[in-house]
Design a protein around this ligand. Structure first.
Ligand SMILES: C[S@@+](CC[C@H](N)C(=O)[O-])C[C@H]1O[C@@H](n2cnc3c(N)ncnc32)[C@H](O)[C@@H]1O
Length: 329
């Protein structure tokens, strides 16, 4: 089975849903807070408006972006084992479900799921993906939740009982600072209950040149994805960022074990957004995303600190990526 993220990426079916006032005000508040700081930064969750989600699907298809292909290969190879490890009548809860493409590999094998709960911040993308999953898996209860998973949110009432497994693929855990990652994993553990599990995709440390390439593709799609944050402020927060005066800048920091993504100002300039003016010196950057990479041992320490044991760790033959099943202890 080959998968093409752009082709099944819902571009044609996802309507662009305008954010409501509350969502726009929350975005504006975080923009003001982040851009007032001495070291300017914006939370990476804001990449994912409808356009950003489409760009992310294009990234998944890039040659350089080994993460999606490698994780998908692992899931396809071990889907039978994974489905068995989930146990009977399990509700699969996916954090940051996007187009739910990897999920289909599990849905094809885990035939007696009690339900599927995709959770995503990108509303139009989530709704389109949930509609598509309902069509493809008619017997499955699909209960989408549009939420920011870094804040508290309620699961649908019918998930309150029974076995639960959280699926958190894509190495999105790498976007959290290590301490925040530990707290976040603890929160999932509380949500899953004592017989629950967490199936998580974790990108592994490797040759920095490979990592660098993955976030600096030749076509410049990752650059567009990063710059979309400025375009989104222009669209939703009456911004006037000049996109041609900012550059995508991403690199691997071996000491910190993370990719850092920035938007660097190419000149001295002012930009307006969310009712405020911000000054940028030439060369000054907005920090937009971290993607931490782990060794298996480092991630095991993190999981242990968060109250889990690693029950299974599946990897590819090059040991570039891992899918891990964690159990609450
Ligand atoms: C890196 S993509 C991964 C998508 C998909 N799970 C995969 O593995 O290919 C991250 C996904 O998480 C969603 N997301 C990012 N931050 C979020 C947040 N704070 N709350 C809910 N969803 C979030 C994005 O909209 C996006 O669909």
């Amino acid at each position: 089975m080959t998968m093409n993220w752009t082709a099944v990426g819902l571009e044609d079916v996802a309507p662009v849903v305008k954010p409501d006032r509350g969502e726009r005000e929350a975005f504006a508040e975080e923009v003001r807070r982040g851009l007032r700081r001495a070291r300017k930064e914006l939370p990476c969750k804001f990449f994912y408006d409808a356009h950003g989600s489409q760009l992310f699907n294009r990234i998944c298809d890039l040659d350089e972006y080994y993460l999606t292909r490698t994780e998908t290969g692992i899931l396809m190879r071990y889907a039978g084992e994974i489905a068995q490890a989930l146990g009977p009548r399990c509700t699969l809860i996916e954090y940051g479900s996007g187009s739910s493409i990897k999920t289909r590999i599990l849905l094809d094998r885990a035939k007696d799921l009690a339900g599927y709960v995709p959770i995503d911040i990108s509303r139009s993308h989530l709704d389109a993906a949930a509609r598509q999953i309902r069509l493809e898996y008619p017997g499955l209860a699909v209960l989408p939740v549009c939420a920011d998973y870094t804040q508290s949110f309620d699961l649908p009432a019918r998930c309150a009982t029974g076995r639960r497994c959280v699926f958190f693929p894509g190495s999105t855990i790498g976007n959290f600072e290590p301490e925040a990652a530990r707290d976040f994993l603890r929160g999932i553990r509380a949500q899953c209950g004592s017989d629950g599990a967490l199936l998580i995709g974790v990108d592994l440390k490797k040759d920095p040149a490979l990592l660098h390439r993955a976030y600096n593709d030749r076509e410049g799609v990752t650059a567009q994805f990063n710059l979309n944050l400025l375009a989104r402020m222009n669209r939703e927060l009456d911004g006037d960022f000049n996109l041609s005066q900012f550059a995508h800048y991403a690199f691997y920091h071996p000491g910190r074990g993370r990719i850092e993504m920035h938007l660097a100002s190419l000149c001295d300039q002012d930009a307006w957004a969310a009712g405020e003016q911000f000054h940028f010196r030439e060369g000054e950057a907005i920090f937009t995303e971290s993607s931490y990479k782990y060794t298996p041992q480092e991630f095991e320490r993190l999981a242990t600190d968060a109250g889990y044991r690693v029950e299974h760790r599946w990897t590819d033959s090059r040991r570039w990526f891992s899918v891990q099943l964690l159990r609450a202890v």
